[in-house]
Design a protein around this ligand. Structure first.
Ligand code: URP
Ligand code: ZN
Ligand code: ZN
Length: 464
């Protein structure tokens, strides 16, 4: 099977030129001007960008959480991701206390296998890091699980104490793997939550008001300090605010291998969404919460100066009806998380490139290349080069769409609302190829369920 993409403007994290791309089977085999080759399928990309498929290193499909399960499973979630121009996701398997991380890995393989539209990998959430469990970490790396997520938040659920953090970090560093941190002081936050509830404050907005930015910043500071002593690279997930960013910047200035991602919700939504009428604010109950608007400029500054490396989604959707409603009388019972995997590329292009904040190359770096490099997928993924997987998006930089749960081109996620409802965006992933096969065309999924493949990831290989 061969595909020729003609006359597109090829944009990677570093290149920008017009040429043809020839794909044989699953990989790019030739790039050049006016290629004289026969192909089974020819795609004219004149006037369009030809970019590496997006990589979203932070999704939660089919995740048991908050007394329910995230609304997208690996079938609906990866299909929605594909519609939005994302061709690889890295999800999180969860090791539970007293159980082997291999049990968790088997469970997550079973959730994904045969269902996905695009390629996928797993990070491993560790909750138990004693004895045998520590030894398992090396074996996990051999299975291509080369990063772990640890939680300083959610006491009694996913939270681990500092001693556990240190043990996990030390071993991860020795094995040449990475640590992803949910950095927030969950213990203090729980105390603040108790005070709020005792005062009868039960509305969704109190989710945000009980999680001050200082408690995220403290978590980031502590996580990086422990990682520094444990000698392991650390990647702060879903960084939401200027306070927390300052801690990452200080660490990087000291030469510490500290990295961070932010997410569209922190760049495009703000605290006022919690102040809406009735229970509407529940749609935005996620952790960390969305912050005061002024933080957005600081996050963009961090992006422009390379202090924030990636934009992931933390896609963890719960339907407003029945799922978010679990917390109608008590914000602590609202399942934490929101949707976004489908809209990331358009939102970042529109809010980044169209708004004049970043270059098109930076757009590719933030949505694809950096994640590929950080998480051991580069150069197989995250770029367009001879030998790379043909995960390619034909992106129309001029096409406008209004994001809506009702728009058949912007919402395929299995959730009854869109967090960006009514946002007008310029820039749209029109045709999407996953390892050489067209899987999205004219807003239709034309791929085959189960064609996505598990990706073993390689070890961390130096400062990125
Ligand atoms: O609210 C969130 N972020 N839910 C997903 C779990 C996590 O902390 O990433
Ligand atoms: Zn988290
Ligand atoms: Zn998450």
């Amino acid at each position: 099977m061969s595909v020729l993409i003609k006359n597109g403007r090829i944009i990677t994290a570093v290149d920008d030129y017009t040429a043809d791309v020839f794909i044989e089977d699953e990989t790019v085999s030739l790039i050049g001007k006016k290629l004289d080759v026969q192909a089974d399928t020819v795609i004219d990309a004149s006037g369009k960008y030809v970019i590496p498929g997006g990589i979203d290193p932070h999704t939660h499909f089919d995740m048991p959480f908050g007394g329910t399960t995230s609304a997208d499973d690996f079938e609906t979630g990866t299909r929605a991701a594909a519609h939005g121009g994302t061709t690889t996701i890295i999800d999180f398997a969860i090791q539970t206390k007293g159980h082997s991380s291999f049990e968790a890995l088997d469970t997550w393989h079973a959730k994904a296998e045969g269902k996905t539209a695009i390629d996928y990998g797993f990070h491993m959430i560790l909750t138990d890091v004693e004895g045998e469990r520590i030894k398992e970490m090396k074996r996990l790396a051999d299975e291509g699980i080369t990063s772990y997520k640890l939680f300083m938040a959610y006491p009694g659920v996913l939270y681990v104490d500092d001693g556990t953090l240190f043990r996990a970090m030390r071993q991860a560093g020795e094995n040449g793997t990475m640590i992803c941190m949910h950095a927030e002081n969950g213990i203090v936050i729980d105390e603040i939550v108790k005070i709020a509830l005792a005062e009868g404050k039960t509305d969704p907005k109190y989710h945000a008001l009980t999680r001050p930015t200082r408690m995220e910043a403290e978590g980031v500071h502590r996580a990086i300090a422990i990682a520094e002593v444990a000698n392991v690279p650390v990647y702060i997930v879903h960084l939401s605010c200027a306070d927390a960013l300052e801690q990452v910047v200080q660490a990087r200035n000291r030469g510490v291998p500290a990295f961070a991602e932010t997410c569209p919700q922190y760049l495009f939504l703000d605290h006022s969404y919690y102040e809406q009428e009735g229970f509407e604010g529940a749609k935005y109950v996620m952790t960390p919460p969305i912050r005061e608007k002024w933080n957005q400029d600081e996050l963009w500054r961090g992006i422009r100066f390379g202090q924030l490396q990636s934009i992931a989604t933390d896609h963890c959707p719960f339907c407003f009806k029945d799922q978010k409603e679990l917390g109608i009388d008590d914000f602590t019972k609202i399942p934490n998380g929101g949707p976004g995997v489908e809209n990331r590329m358009s939102l970042v292009y529109n809010g980044g490139v169209v708004a004049g904040r970043i270059s098109v190359n930076k757009f590719v770096e933030l949505t694809s290349t950096a994640a590929a490099k950080t998480f051991g997928l580069f150069p197989r993924k995250g770029t367009i080069a001879v030998g790379s997987d043909a995960d390619i998006v034909i992106f129309d930089p001029n096409r406008r769409e209004t994001i809506s749960v009702k728009n058949a081109c912007t919402h395929h996620m299995n959730v009854d609302y869109n967090a960006y409802e009514g946002f007008e965006v310029q820039g749209f992933s029109e045709t999407v190829l996953s390892r050489g096969k067209v899987i999205i065309k004219d807003c239709e999924y034309v791929g085959k369920k189960g064609d996505g493949r598990f990706q073993k990831r390689s070890l961390y290989n130096g400062l990125k």
